[in-house]
Write a protein that binds this ligand. Sequence first.
Ligand SMILES: Cc1cc2nc3c(=O)[nH]c(=O)nc-3n(C[C@H](O)[C@H](O)[C@H](O)COP(=O)(O)OP(=O)(O)OC[C@H]3O[C@@H](n4cnc5c(N)ncnc54)[C@H](O)[C@@H]3O)c2cc1C
Length: 471
Amino acid sequence: MENQVIIIGAGSTGLSLAWRLASHGIQVQVLEANPTVGGLASTLRDGGCGMDMGPHTFFSDDRDILDTVLRLFDSPLTARPRSAKFYYEGKLLDYPLTAYSALFQMGLGSGLLAGLSFVKSRVLPRRRAAAATPEEESVEDWAIDHFGEHIYRSFFKPYTEQFWKIPCTELSSRTIPSHTQMSFINTCRLLIRRRLAKLDASLIEREMLPTYYPDSGFQEIVDGIAREAGKAGAAIRTGCRAVRISESAEGRMCVQWETGSGTVETVTGTHVVATIPLADLTRMLDPAPPADVLTSAGHLDYRALTVLGMVTERQNILGCSYMYVLNRPYNRISEMNEFGPATSPPGENVLMVEIPTLRDSPAWTASKEKLFDMCIGSLAADGFLAPGDVKRLLLARMPYAYPIYRKDYARHLRGVLDYIESRPRLFTLGRTGEFMYMDIDRCMRRAFDFADRNLARFAEASKAGGLRDES
Ligand SMILES: Cc1cc2nc3c(=O)[nH]c(=O)nc-3n(C[C@H](O)[C@H](O)[C@H](O)COP(=O)(O)OP(=O)(O)OC[C@H]3O[C@@H](n4cnc5c(N)ncnc54)[C@H](O)[C@@H]3O)c2cc1C
């Protein structure tokens, strides 16, 4: 049987797609540039310690996906409540931000100002040019309308700009997670309901779902998906970076890939599904897409992330699993032992420090020692970790961690997706591939649904000839 789909990228999307297609008898080849599978959901292992690419937990309101992931494990994973905080001017606030934190935890004066400025934003709406589309509404306009000027200036603006390094006036409101459900009124309602009655299920946000974490690192989840995909017959190759995609006159797709040693090899199949950054994908297409498509793809950039792990014998450093912080060189800190106690050898722990980075900034290429010097002063001043507490350092860099939603991103994205949709044998999928914020459960759902929708098409194409591996 020779029906081949070539999947570029072995993150949770590529692996889930390979699993589903291979389970239905489609022959699948996955090419992954990194030496290991998992992409953003992988765990770096070094000297017995594990560090995720930023804190990861598994949660889902999709029963089928939840069961699928839980079934990957022989012993049941324990559900835990999420424990996150916001460290704001020496005070610990609830995360996600609630009306309670705005009104009471930030201090009485601040609470009063927050309430008054929210009322003002309702009674006296600001004059501003109407956004042509919902995506073009800026973070600034959205946050002032929904929370008032005070919370915008003291919370949304400094945190968002520290994280993205882009003014709030230039970012789309889509940048804010759960922005459609969040507002001052909603958080007040949620607070009152929680206090007075049983929580209304319709108000439960994704942040409140129970979370799961495998014993030794989040990687166990993606390894489990890769194992099932392999058992079903998918071939997964790591250390293979796709560099060129072309279509032959007979309509066969050819993907050229290179190994770390620079050898270039080719595989051909009937269809290609890419889960990689759109600018990279469009650049590797031969023949090249029209210039306006390449220009639009160039506008769809991703914010990089540098994660520094500090191995220490200190335990229970934060009093919660992870903490967002303001006015520091890092935006979030988290403690690996709070996720999985077996992520480090007994007696050790990893404090994970996330440093928002641009790929052209000095932090992107800085050594771990230099990054340590940049962060340790603030960590010590806040009482989390002193220089002498740190035994050694781990470092992970992700060049494409967060799609950047500038106000014009939707227009550019549409242009690129329209072009890809005009190519019947080429698809793009996943958080990175679709330029869409998604957690793993959504990546898996979209991959499974995509496979189910296209099974007949892929099976049909096989009759005309499948994949040839010319390596
Ligand atoms: C800091 C952070 C925290 C998160 N926390 C959570 C959480 O708690 N829970 C949750 O469910 N989700 C979380 N997420 C989201 C989750 O990590 C992603 O949704 C998911 O991992 C995306 O998977 P993907 O396969 O779509 O993309 P990716 O993981 O980006 O996979 C793309 C793959 O393509 C490979 N690739 C790129 N270029 C090429 C090439 N030319 N050739 C071959 N391979 C290539 C990459 O190496 C990568 O492996 C978090 C994300 C981040 C950044």
